[in-house]
Ligand binder design. Structure first.
Ligand code: 5GP
Length: 115
């Protein structure tokens, strides 16, 4: 299911600015406006998917691509000592923007379990 345009669609179309760290035909990565760690990057598909709850089998290559991109960005930034990838889904998952996005958090020791 496609979604109502969100702030992330406006970042994709450059209607609003963002610190873009990576882009290809399928996805965009940019710094989070309210970083929760020294490195906090969001990786989003250009396809308007609402959340993980909305994906289908045909999205499998795209989802795999997003993970490969996350890994490449983490290497580029130099997160040798590790990092966390987070995919919040729905209200109980803490998802605020209804456009699927991975968080990439690094450069500090992160606690587990999350709150
Ligand atoms: P969620 O809570 O949906 O998993 O994460 C949404 C994230 O998007 C939050 O970490 C929030 O700080 C970030 N965010 C919301 N609006 C903007 C924006 O306009 N620009 C950027 N760069 N990040 C945003």
């Amino acid at each position: 299911m496609n979604h109502e345009p969100t702030i992330f669609d406006k970042i994709i179309s450059r209607e609003i600015p963002a610190e873009i760290v990576y882009e290809d035909d399928l996805c965009l990565a940019f710094n989070d406006i309210n970083p929760q760690a020294p490195v906090h990057v969001l990786v989003i598909p250009k396809k308007p998917i609402v959340s993980l709850a909305e994906i289908s089998e045909q999205d499998a290559p795209l989802m795999g691509h997003l993970l490969v991109v996350l890994s490449k960005i983490a290497k580029q930034i130099g997160l040798e000592s590790g990092y966390r990838t987070v995919l919040n889904t729905g209200p109980d998952g803490g998802q605020e923007v209804n456009h699927l996005h991975f968080h990439l958090l690094g450069k500090r020791a992160l606690k587990w379990p999350p709150g």
